[in-house]
Design a protein. Sequence first.
Length: 199
Amino acid sequence: MIIPRDLLVEKKSHFFEVKKDEYIFLEDDPASFYYQVMSGTVKMSSYSENGQEFIQGIFKAGQSFGEPALFGDFSYPNNAIATEPSEICRLPKDSFFVLLKENFDIHWKFNSLLSNRLRYKSILLKEISSYYPDHVIMTLLKYLRDNSSKDKTTQFYVPFTRQQLADMTGLRVETVIRTVKKLQKDGKLEIKRHKIYLN
């Protein structure tokens, strides 16, 4: 957990429940709060002019979202939406910065976290512009595996649907479905009960 619950309580954070598909904040809303997922899952996404969704990130229990807008002092660049019933923590921006000043170890965590997110964006942009779909999908799956907390000695279960993988990469879902089948045929991944596992 990026910030322990007891510390969030101490700083008088507000904890609230959201339903599946409920918006937590909207693109262009002022960045006034720090948000952390206590349980459930939240996605941050934006939409193209033709309505195609592009998922910027999916955040699970213990992870924070939307904080680059706090550090950069700009409006939220994406929508934040619960993908399942979730508990969310909200802490006012000023209190968040006080917390960081008082807890250097947590401040350091955010430096590492934001650096890794920038690396992910850089890798993905390079892949999308330079390579074929199979290379893009494999790079994404390997990144997800390498940055998960799962045991690296076992097969990695990909906790995302084909549609979510499409939304993360900007590919069409039909392209992702075909590509996953090809990668299975090439022995680079396995499909068990419609779930993707990376070898």
